[in-house]
Design a protein around this ligand. Structure first.
Ligand code: ADP
Length: 409
């Protein structure tokens, strides 16, 4: 068996992977050697497949990919065609699983019982856990039982939320009966930003006080104290919190009943509307894509401008709330497609935060696109950083850590 770790990251209609060379527990996050990586996008229809490896060998094609199990076969077949299996194979496979519920707060070795438990949690995250389960089953079938597989959970980083932050103010009996709590999501991303921030600034993780912002299609903010999540904007489902590409984020819960009655919609239809037709898409009326909206705003599109304004305003509101939660922060950290690549959005969010000591360095902000760096001036009391998030590397790192701790290899 080789030393390579295959990290699999399933979204609702995507599968990303990275094949990472492992140096055991000594691998430093952000300094791994990637042997291959790729994405199968728009699974469930005519998918786009983009794979590439170190030598520059690549595959780009469009083809029908019915589900995540077929996507796994595409990945494994391609790796096979490059002879990865013959040279040194995989040491293990790590899978991101979105919802670990109350039970999975740490990585775990996948076996039949764990699969059943993840299946049982699917009612909490049907869009996400089901694709991961398909990928896990397909990979197990293809690779057999000699390759250990580890599940890494996106909710796990937030299990440290204190009860006053994780509870909803609804009757206790219902909370207990249905395991209702604010689980929080994007945990791998927030953990990654926290760890990379600590390494980059030579601080101890246990001494970090941060607000991490994952701003992609899905968006969330997390308050991190002493390296642990103490509050986060997504809740029981990923719908709560910031405004997102197609999700509304926070709304008055009465809207659900009101829209159901006044539009004659079933509750599930209202939920669907809040998840898939709202957010940037709903307000702008034409796109969920921040790049397109920024362009439209420049062309004078007032609805696009309002969508961007609302998006930034809500992030700023959460920053304000989390500054109160944390009693001030050392830094805010931007990650995700928007956070990493849009100086305009970052500057819009930070505009008006001078009162709490954040002074952006406009040159640094403009030049930091898709790369790690500080974007606040030297003497800013609170700093701002851009940290491009790489979930696959944390999946691989946690997988290796699990193997070293539990299987002694
Ligand atoms: P996901 O949450 O699905 O992983 P990403 O993190 O890739 O999504 O983020 C997608 C979002 O990032 C889209 O709204 C896209 O427009 C935005 N984005 C990507 N590049 C840029 C850019 N250069 N400027 C502004 N927004 C960008």
């Amino acid at each position: 068996m080789g030393d390579n770790i295959l990290a699999i990251n399933c979204g609702s209609s995507t599968l990303k992977f990275q094949l990472i060379e492992s140096n055991g527990e000594t691998t430093i996050l952000g300094q791994e050697r990637r042997l291959a990586s790729g994405i199968v996008d728009r699974i469930g229809g005519n998918a786009t497949i983009k794979f590439n490896d170190l030598s520059g060998e690549c595959l780009v094609e469009n083809s029908e990919v019915a589900d995540h199990s077929e996507a796994i076969h595409q990945v494994l077949n391609w790796l096979k065609s490059l002879r990865f299996f013959e040279t040194n194979g995989f040491r293990a496979v790590g899978h991101r699983v979105v919802h670990g519920g109350d039970r999975f707060i740490k990585p775990i070795l996948i076996n039949d019982e764990v699969i059943e438990a993840i299946e049982a949690l699917s009612y909490l995250a049907p869009l996400h856990n089901v694709p991961s389960l398909m990928a896990i089953s397909a990979a197990r079938k293809a690779l057999g039982s000699t390759v250990p597989m580890v599940a890494v959970f996106d909710t796990a980083f937030h299990h440290t939320l204190p009860e006053h932050a994780s509870r909803y103010a609804i009757p206790q009996e219902l909370t207990s009966k249905h395991h209702i709590r604010r689980y929080g999501f994007h945990g791998l991303a927030h953990q990654y930003m926290t760890e990379r921030y600590a390494a980059f600034t030579s601080k101890l993780i246990e001494q970090t006080k941060l607000i991490t912002l994952q701003l992609g299609n899905g968006c969330s903010a997390t308050a991190v104290k002493d390296g642990r999540s103490v509050d986060t904007s997504m809740g029981f489902t990923p719908l709560e919190g910031l405004m997102m590409g197609t999700r509304s984020g926070d709304v008055d819960p009465s809207l659900v009943g009101f829209l159901s009655r006044s539009e004659n919609l079933r509750i599930q239809e209202v939920e669907h509307l809040l998840n898939t037709k709202s957010g940037l898409l709903g307000v702008s009326g034409h796109s969920k894509d921040m790049r397109e909206l920024l362009e439209a705003e420049l062309q004078g599109d007032s609805r696009a401008a309002l969508a961007i304004e609302m998006f930034c305003y809500r992030v700023r509101k959460y920053i304000g709330g989390y500054l109160a939660v944390l009693g001030g922060a050392d830094a805010i950290v931007f990650g995700g497609g928007i956070g990493e690549n849009s100086p305009r959005v970052r500057s819009h969010i930070c505009n008006g935060l001078e009162w709490c000591g954040l002074i952006l360095d406009h040159e640094q902000n403009t030049s930091t696109i898709g790369s790690l760096g500080r974007i606040s001036v030297d003497n800013s009391r609170m700093h701002a950083y851009v940290i491009p998030v790489d979930e696959e590397s944390i999946i691989a790192r946690d997988t290796v850590r699990y193997l070293c701790e539990h299987l002694g290899n």
